[in-house]
Design a protein around this ligand. Structure first.
Ligand code: PGA
Length: 254
């Protein structure tokens, strides 16, 4: 059975004390919930809080920690950047790669993201690879082609063994932080398409095992409907991951 994953992308929010309170609140609330064996909860705080997130959750099997980004090079003169190896050394297991804010604000190209994927794999981290189209691309009917291109250019050079360790998050850019989520049908349609691409590039078994998350205004109200789709294995949550009760309600939406 595929894992069911809810990942919280905190983006550039919270200070140290607020981050500690949010982590503790989530841990306490999840302890009151029934978490199945297939479920994984991933917290992606900003870099300065990775260590505390890891130390507070390492005893809890169903909670893992992700970084929101890493640099494409191993080490060196890259002032202000953080390497995959540094992230791994904190005990962090996952890294979000290719979030639309990295693509659009920081101009990260598919080619650059492909290098990040390689360095992440090399350092034993699991990527959460984000893909998704802009509004004009959907309006022109190009959304499938855009997502295919993102996967082709950044991800599909991986070996069969490696691709099995990647989580893919479909996040239509027009849905991120807007309050307008993709409909259940739109999410399912794109997830089924991504799974088909994986089966064509690799094989059906790998496609069937791949975890595909939906992201973009997924919240406590709509998570149940989105997660009920056969190809939606959970969510990458932005805004709603900053509020303990909302995040836990989303976790409990399977
Ligand atoms: P949102 O963000 O849930 O606030 O729309 C999702 C994301 O950017 O990962």
């Amino acid at each position: 059975m595929r894992k069911k994953i809810v990942a919280g992308n905190w983006k550039m929010n919270k200070n140290y004390n607020d981050a500690c309170s949010l982590i503790s609140g989530i841990i306490d609330e999840l302890r009151k919930s029934t978490i199945s064996k297939e479920q994984q909860i991933i917290l992606a705080p900003p870099f300065p809080f990775l260590q505390v997130a890891v130390s507070r959750t390492e005893e809890i099997e169903y909670i893992s920690v992700a970084a929101q980004n890493c640099h494409s090079e191993e080490k060196g003169a890259f002032t202000g950047e953080v390497s995959a190896q540094m992230i791994r050394s904190t005990g962090t297991e996952y890294v979000i790669i290719g979030h639309s804010e990295r693509r659009n604000i920081f101009k990260e190209s598919n080619e650059f993201l492909s290098k990040k994927i390689d360095i992440v794999m090399k350092n034993g981290l699991f990527p959460i690879f984000c893909c998704g189209e802009l509004l004009p691309e959907r309006e022109k009917g190009n959304h499938f082609a855009v997502v295919k291109n993102q996967l082709d250019e950044s991800l599909f050079h991986l070996s069969e063994k490696e691709i099995g360790n990647v989580i893919i998050a479909y996040e239509p850019v027009w849905a991120i932080g807007t309050g307008v989520n993709a409909t259940s049908e739109q999410a399912q349609e794109m997830h089924a398409y991504i799974r088909k691409l994986i089966s064509e590039k690799y094989n059906q078994q790998i496609a069937d095992r791949s975890v595909l998350l939906y992201g973009g205004s997924c919240n406590a109200k709509n998570a149940k409907e989105l997660f009920a789709n056969p190809d939606v294995d959970g969510g990458l949550i932005g805004g709603a991951s900053l509020i303990t009760q909302d995040f836990v309600t989303i976790v409990n939406s399977f």
